[in-house]
Design a protein around this ligand. Sequence first.
Ligand code: MG
Length: 384
Amino acid sequence: MKPCRIAILGSTGSIGLNTLKVVDHNSKRFQVVALSAYNNFELLGEQIKKYKPSHVAIGPEGLIYFKNAGIKGVKFYPSQDCGYLASLKEVDVVVLAMRGVSALMPFLEALRAGKTVAPANKEALVIAGDLIMDEALRHHARIIPIDSEQSAIFQCLEGQKSRPVFVHLTASGGPLREVRSKDFKRITPKDVLRHPRWKMGPKITVDSATMMNKGFEVIEAKHLFNLSYSQIKVLVHPEAIVHSMVEFADGSLLAQLGITDMRLPIQYALTYPDRLPTGLNRLNLAETGALNFYEPDLKRFPALGLAFEAARLAGSVPTVLNAADEEAVEAFLLGRIDFLSIYKVVEKVVLRHTIVKNPSLQAILQTDKWARQEAQNIMEYHLA
Ligand code: MG
């Protein structure tokens, strides 16, 4: 069997590192052709030595470093050329592990080149889901999500002839699940970064605390599985064992269960449609015991309601939601605004926005810029 040739964009972040662990566990099955990172060129250097990719993209500082290091057999590119790496003819699967809106162009370029794309990145699908799904369709390119909830839905729908009536996205509830709303005002970045279930970066951990993360996943699921926002339900499930469910017309629910380790959905995306041993612990339900489910509290977590509203309005609104949230979360992490103000800022920017229906790529990027500026304005002058 020929090895699966992969490009990992964002190889030094948590998804990138987990992808390389998956590669290590079945090293004959994979060949790492391309890697990219932005800042962490020391770690990237170690990865180059170990995995011997032929193409590498890196931010400006690292580019100078590697060009002076005289490494043989590797072509180096500036990080804005990630899209080129994603469309190389010797690449089969692109793991999109980079954070932020910068993943959008490489995503589109990979699809245009007909590659299978395994996105862990949320932003691209949230802000440009329609454009992405159109390109995938036009170029017969497959998207196999890595996010655990989306992977679960993908797996539950595999081989089904019928469309689901509903999908149920599960949510661990985040680090503030049991905190009373009157204590939210005093929540510090440190409180939030103690996340109980999944180990993640600071931005996404704050987004799980506000439940905006789940809101983004609602918008993603809508695009990935061609659903209406009203077919998507969110269910709080603190044990994070059921990764999501689909419901059919006859009332049957199919669920995907597993331990909370990102290597499971990553490996599934890379070996699809095959399933291979992972070397990880197996799920023991007798040990796990009770699984709990309940409705999310939209009063305490209004960001989730706002995201549903953005999913309903569609067009350029999800772009505003994403950009304003990114600015506000960054300000919270820097101690510039308090926890409750994250939502206030995002809501204000959304309310000030005039919706663009069916936005072009250019309109999306303009809206993104506008929303960031507007969020900064509000934080500077209009935060009561
Ligand atoms: Mg998730």
